[in-house]
Write a protein that binds this ligand. Structure first.
Ligand code: ZN
Length: 309
């Protein structure tokens, strides 16, 4: 399993295409409004700094996945992927917001449970944009599953590869601010925090025409100054509620199957899933999204999340 990075990457690219054939129901069946039993929130995860933690989520990964939705929703309007109530043709109009974030757990929940499914996840990819091939694989897999994600980017990488940031935007995904240097902002002065966050707003706006509306601090490590700056820049501050632990893997020691099982082991309605722009995550993505669809989970379009909460 653990070959070289190149072998993995090639495999990822190949299997992304090849996996189509044993995926007879790429479209999830109707998402039922009667949703899965409420899982205990992984409250600890949100408060910890799991990007550094060796244990966060590890215990949870061993737990069984939540049961599938029980019973019939009684013909309630089924949807595959949450869509705005307005016709898609009004492309210039902002989409109606259907979701909000639970500020304690960072889960994504319907604003009106009658109007949107609870059985959704938010897909996020941090620490890019850095590698064209890995990113292309992730973008292709997201397209295959008609999923939109948030890419939390670092300014120093955007400066090096602005064309990759443009690519993310052109494919319809949301771009989030993950600080300029990927440093622990909690340890920095207010001026430094403002610069680390503000400079990313500027460069992303220069490259794509609009500034990020989502913010995630590196290592999940924030402070009052960090939150205040995110708010001042009109961004929704979040960490995550479901850690794939892909960041603990290395080129020499990684396992895409474990990325999948780590996520599924913590899965609940609204899971805010933390992943990274890494080769083994790119490889895990197609089987992960397929299994989420089989469990009747949809993928929240970040553009449908109300950031003014
Ligand atoms: Zn990060």
């Amino acid at each position: 399993m653990n070959k070289t990075m190149l072998a993995l990457l090639s495999a990822a690219l190949l299997t992304t295409a090849a996996a189509c054939q044993n995926n007879s129901n790429a479209q999830p069946a109707a998402v039922q409004l009667q949703t899965a039993p409420v899982q205990q929130p992984a409250s600890g995860d949100a408060a910890k700094t799991p990007e550094q933690s060796q244990t966060a989520g590890a215990g949870k990964a061993a737990e069984p996945a939540p049961a599938k939705p029980a019973g019939d929703a009684g013909g309630a309007a089924p949807t595959t992927v949450p869509t705005p109530a307005q016709p898609e043709k009004t492309a210039l109009q902002p989409a109606a917001k259907l979701y909000k974030m639970n500020p304690k757990t960072y889960d994504i929940v319907p604003i009106d449970p009658a109007a949107a499914s609870k059985n959704v996840v938010l897909l996020t990819f941090d620490d890019g944009p850095r590698n064209k091939e890995v990113l292309a694989s992730i973008l292709d897999t997201l397209d295959k599953h008609k999923a939109k994600a948030i890419f939390f980017v670092n300014g120093y990488l955007v400066k090096q590869k602005p064309e990759l940031l443009k690519l993310i935007q052109e494919r319809g995904h949301a771009i989030g601010n993950h600080s300029w240097d990927h440093i622990d902002l909690k340890k920095e002065s207010k001026d430094k925090v403002d610069q680390q966050i503000g400079d990313v707003q500027k460069i992303v706006k220069e490259v794509t025409g609009s500034a990020p509306q989502f913010f995630r601090p590196p290592f999940g490590s924030g402070s009052d100054d960090v939150r205040a700056k995110a708010k001042q820049e009109n961004m929704l501050y979040m960490t995550w509620s479901n850690g794939s632990l892909d960041w603990e893997m290395t080129v020499k020691k990684n396992d895409p199957n474990k990325v999948v099982s780590n996520v599924l082991g913590q899965l609940r309605g609204g899971s805010n899933i933390l992943m990274h722009e890494l080769p083994w995550t790119a490889q895990a993505l197609d089987p992960l999204l397929t299994q989420l669809e089989e469990k009747q989970f949809g993928f929240v379009d970040p553009h449908l999340i109300d950031i003014n909460q």
